[in-house]
Design a protein around this ligand. Structure first.
Ligand SMILES: CC(C)(COP(=O)(O)OP(=O)(O)OC[C@H]1O[C@@H](n2cnc3c(N)ncnc32)[C@H](O)[C@@H]1OP(=O)(O)O)[C@@H](O)C(=O)NCCC(=O)NCCS
Length: 186
């Protein structure tokens, strides 16, 4: 799937989900630099230089064709053309047709349903490729905003793993939410 091609996009009522470009750097810095945004995700609050490096790496490496691939997409607000967040897709298993996804939203744009709208479009896209039977999200158990999002999407809680990870200086529980193709697609 050509996630890197300039032509790739998913259009929703208010959003355009599209590959990032280096021109998006300032929009990304606006939220990737905030400690509260990265509290439950595995990178530090980024400097502008770190945003630049991470963005260049993900543009170069973003793909979603084979097991092990990782793709990054921007969430653009159609009305302003601004990137207000990002989606990550991870191709976890070809044999078991499993993908994982993740999401980050600029907190200035929280509370409007943008993350929900973007994730709905992403799940539909992933299932409609015909290559996946199950999609899951892996969350820090303390991340209630994220858990509320996967619940809004209608995903099922599949697991609660005690002290799964020693993360940012402490033992943290993880929760897994999943959904099957037959549950998502009509
Ligand atoms: C997780 C995260 C994306 C959730 O963001 P969010 O703004 O709560 O989610 P949405 O954009 O879907 O907005 C939902 C909120 O908008 C409200 N809303 C308004 N209009 C809406 C609409 N049309 N559709 C759905 N919800 C709508 C909902 O009621 C909800 O409000 P509530 O939280 O007061 O109940 C955000 O908290 C985040 O980026 N966190 C930091 C990064 C992170 O931890 N990512 C997850 C890693 S697993």
């Amino acid at each position: 799937m050509e996630l890197n091609s300039a032509g790739f996009q998913l259009i929703t009522d208010r959003l355009i989900i599209r590959p990032m470009t280096m021109a998006d750097e300032a929009d990304l810095f606006e939220y990737q630099s905030l400690p509260e945004v990265v509290k439950y995700i595995p990178w530090p609050a980024r400097t502008l230089e770190q945003v630049h490096e991470a963005l260049a790496k993900s543009i170069a490496e973003s793909k979603f064709d084979n097991e092990g691939d990782y793709g990054l997409l921007g969430i653009e607000l159609a009305s302003s053309k601004k990137i207000v967040g990002q989606l990550a897709l991870m191709y976890r298993s070809a044999e078991n047709q499993t993908a994982e996804f993740g999401y980050v939203l600029n907190p200035k744009y929280s509370g409007h349903g943008y993350a929900t709208e973007a994730c709905k479009a992403l799940l539909t896209y992933i299932f409609e490729t015909g290559k996946f039977n199950r999609i899951f999200a892996h969350l820090d158990a303390r991340n209630t905003a994220s858990e509320n999002l996967v619940k809004r999407l209608g995903m099922r809680k599949e697991a609660h793993i005690e002290e799964e990870e020693f993360f940012k200086g402490e033992w943290c529980d993880a929760i897994i939410y999943g959904i099957l193709k037959r549950e998502w697609l009509p």
